[in-house]
Design a protein around this ligand. Sequence first.
Ligand code: PLP
Length: 460
Amino acid sequence: MDSDLEQLFTRAAAEGARHRGSVTDRPVHPYPDPGALAEAFGRPLDAGATAPAQVVDELVAAATPGLVGTVGPRYFGFVIGGSSPAATTADLLATGWDQCAYSEVLSPSAAAAERAAATWVRQLLGLPTTASVGFVTGAQAANTVGLAVGRQRVLADVGWDVARDGLFGAPHVAIVAGDERHATIDRAARLLGFGTASIVPVASGAQGAIDLDQLAVTLDAVAGRPVVVCLQAGNVNTGACDDLRAAIPLAREHGAWVHVDGAFGLWAAASPRTAHLVDGLDLADSWGVDAHKWLNVPYDCGLAICADAALHASTMSYAASYLTGSGASSDCILGDLTPESSRRARGFAVWAALRELGTDGVADLVDRSCALARRMAERLSAGGATIHNDVVLNQVLVSVGDPACTDAVIERVQRDGTCWVGGTTWHGLRLIRISISNATTTEADIDVSADAILRAAVAP
Ligand SMILES: *Cc1c(COP(=O)(O)O)cnc(C)c1O
């Protein structure tokens, strides 16, 4: 073994561990001087080589001032998740091994890990055992895959081969989706050639879940057209989930393809306490879910899942002469399920995260996050804040004082450094948006963070 390389790898592991081990000692966000960061990285590119050890020294020195404590327990912005010890180490190994996960021939181990992890994911989420799982970069990619496979199916149903003939002259597909859909659905619609004008929005109820009566009205209005319905498990603001048990059969009656965007919310299925929120999810045709958010797998990793594995593979696969015979499996190769060709071996980290937690551990991660979200809401509410959503999952929407001042409050919270929260606009009000999705967050973290938020509301 090249001892220099071993030293470099050891150095990287130690730096990563140091960052994580000291994350609670620093402000959650460092707010570095952007000019200084740009300068630290921005030297002219030399003509000559630089020794790897020096490159790593320079990288660590340049990057350290701008690293955000997203792996820490008090980062509540967006829906970020953490990264568990085993999953993070597995991801370091994936880097060291540098396997390409395209097929079993390129990496038998990467493929076997993906297949095993896929089996565990189907079991945890209660998905059909025959569903195909593509390991993609995140829910954006997963939603795009789900809509692509749906496009193939609903157009084939009316005699149109979109893979060959494209969308020019094709029957006009309707993408029926809640007006609270995630913006990645719109981007998928743009990239797939539908255009955002093909999206027929459906009104949502007070908590942001799709209104079933309005869904029925909309489906009637688009009757006769090929239809893809996008439902949601886990609204990014409120955590609300669409009533899948009712909505999916309704969509099915209209011949629609049903995709569920469950980037973080689909994991509710893994706990007996929250599974009712996503009851019926197994009835859908395709699902998008992230591993890098609530499952606490390192960035980046999402899963594009499809009930019709053969259609999934035939929609996404490609052929080339040099690939002939490079598949080793009876069904499909894993590269047939993703938009990427060459691909990082993400299965190692997902396998490790699930192996580390076990089924009870995944349920506990979900339950603890939800309990901590309720605790956050209770502490803030007791301190005079207003909670704007039913805290059914891991998301809390809150205002402290006049919502017109929310952005100023958020800025003070962020600068204080105890925790990091972002803002959102919900039903016309500027609100603080809190997401609990890191496995290391404790009750004490919630309490000091709630205090920091309440403190920030009292203008200095
Ligand atoms: C985060 C999120 C996405 C996008 O996921 P990425 O992992 O960022 O690609 C899509 N839908 C929902 C509901 C999300 O929360």
